[in-house]
Design a protein around this ligand. Structure first.
Ligand code: TGC
Ligand code: FAD
Length: 395
């Protein structure tokens, strides 16, 4: 017997994975989900259409605790575990990948390096204000000539009295146009990569916006231009040198993206299933056609596999056992999954799928950046290949 359309709930946790979450993790997920549904989803299409970042939401995000959830409470963080962090990323990205970017850059790429590699004075000075959203940070690794291969970076600095003098250019930097501080990775006079905290207002430091994006339109992306910027010596991150500094931060951010992408996929899936049940052609709901059922069954299968991957990776993160290669595999798989789900969902909606009345096209365009940033789809495959074979195929 067929159950009437109206009485069907759209299941997105097909394997009851939430049974593995603690009551605290579920409460955090539900609180963020509620905020996304009531505060973000109603406005996000307008902001994306206008290519404007809804920065007025930042204080609310801070209030929710999405900035530095895994940072200890003593520094203003929430002291939560990595599954909670993943669930937060998942729920925000169900709203928009660009808004998730604000939270993941602030947490994993700005607060994380200050917490892990900063001096005690730097932690005290910056972390509580970053957690409260009073200041926003950005992360400058990529350069115009060095994206997948950051080791080749050309930005450099040298000592001059109580200062370092910093020169160079960073490209494609999320949050740069309005960030108050930037973690800038550059080479010292011995050619070692180091991290510097650069503050807005320092002479010679500019952050022009990159216009005309078709992706992440509600996220502000910019350049960092550094022309003989005098950075006080106390702004050098003392705890790390070499490429492993920025790459360690990427582990945390890539992990968050592996969860975030599931949120975007679930949002597309829900909309597509609902639409397929309501839209009739040839006198029947389009959900009744085998070709549509194949699409929705395969979408849910892939979402479920991604959820299980994220859960297990979260357990390994909590145990301190997740390897960078395991994180790469999950980031690569889950983002590609979400992009495929978005494309399939768009097809189910036919012409309606390209309009801003539904979130699918926006998610799809956003995911075209997500599959490129934090390491491209190809780079993560090569990381997995290297882990399996022991042979680097990057060059
Ligand atoms: P390689 O020789 O392999 O490694 C150099 C040193 O780094 C160590 N290492 C890592 N450490 C921690 N975590 C990781 N994931 C690490 N991967 C490598 C490594 O052990 C070594 O340490 P040591 O002590 O021996 O010096 O480095 P390589 O130059 O061959 O590069 C490897 C490669 C290609 C995988 C790496 O460069 C890479 O991942 N490239 C991709 C670049 C990337 O992901 N950029 C992201 C920019 S940030 C961004 O996109 C933010 S988007 C934010 C948003 O809006 O959400
Ligand atoms: P390239 O490295 O030039 O790659 C071009 C193509 O060649 C890709 O398909 C790549 O996979 C392929 N390729 C490169 N090398 C190899 C190889 N060895 N084998 C096979 N294929 C290869 N960066 C930051 O530092 N901070 C940020 O906040 C940030 N935010 C971003 C926001 C957005 C919206 C975007 C689009 C990017 C952002 N990035 C940021 C930059 C991002 O990390 C880079 O775009 C990414 O690492 C790829 O670098 P690239 O664009 O220079 O591409």
């Amino acid at each position: 017997m067929t159950i009437p359309v109206q009485s069907r709930a759209i299941v997105t946790d097909y394997y009851n994975i939430e049974e593995f979450f603690t009551p605290e993790q579920l409460a955090i997920r539900d609180a963020v989900q509620k905020w996304v549904n009531t505060r973000l989803k109603p406005i996000i299409d307008d902001y994306a259409q206008r290519a404007e970042c809804p920065t007025h939401l930042i204080p609310e995000m801070a209030q929710l605790g999405v900035f530095g959830p895994f940072i200890p409470e003593v520094y203003g963080g929430a002291g939560l575990d990595y599954i909670s962090y993943g669930l937060i990323m998942q729920e925000i990205e169900a709203g928009d990948s660009g808004i998730r970017s604000i939270a993941s850059v602030q947490s994993s790429l700005v607060m994380y390096p200050i917490w892990k590699f900063g001096s005690e004075a730097q932690r005290q000075k910056y972390l509580p204000r970053l957690a409260r959203g009073e200041i926003i940070g950005c992360f400058g690794l990529t350069e115009p000539n060095h994206g997948s291969n950051p080791a080749g970076m050309e930005s450099y600095f040298y000592e001059e009295g109580d200062y370092y003098v910093l020169n160079g250019r960073k490209m494609w930097i999320s949050n740069a146009p309005f960030a108050d501080i930037a973690i800038v990775w550059a080479k010292d006079s011995e050619d070692k990569i180091r991290g510097l905290i650069v503050e807005r207002g320092m002479e010679g430091f500019h952050t022009p916006e990159i216009p005309r994006k078709w992706s992440l339109r509600a996220s502000a992306t910019g350049e960092l231009v550094m022309d003989r910027v005098r950075v006080p010596k106390e702004n050098l991150l003392p705890g790390v040198e070499g490429l492993k500094g920025p790459l360690s931060c990427l582990n945390s951010a890539r992990y968050g993206i592996a969860w975030g992408a599931i949120g975007a996929a679930i949002d597309c899936y829900r909309v597509a299933v609902q639409y397929s049940l309501e839209r009739t052609q040839f006198g029947k709901p389009i959900a009744s056609f085998q070709l549509t059922q194949r699409k929705i069954a395969e979408m849910l299968t892939e979402i479920t596999k991604a959820q299980l991957l994220a859960l297990r990776l979260g357990q390994l993160m909590n145990a301190g056992r997740a390897t960078p290669a395991q994180i790469s595999l999950a980031k690569r798989n889950n983002v590609a999954m979400a992009l495929e789900v978005a494309r399939t969902a768009r097809q189910i909606l036919g012409g309606m799928g390209i309009t801003g009345d539904y979130p699918i096209m926006r998610h799809m365009m956003n995911l075209e950046s997500v599959i490129t940033y934090e390491g491209t789809h190809e780079i993560h495959l090569l990381i997995t290949g290297q882990d399996i074979t022991g042979i680097s195929a990057f060059v």
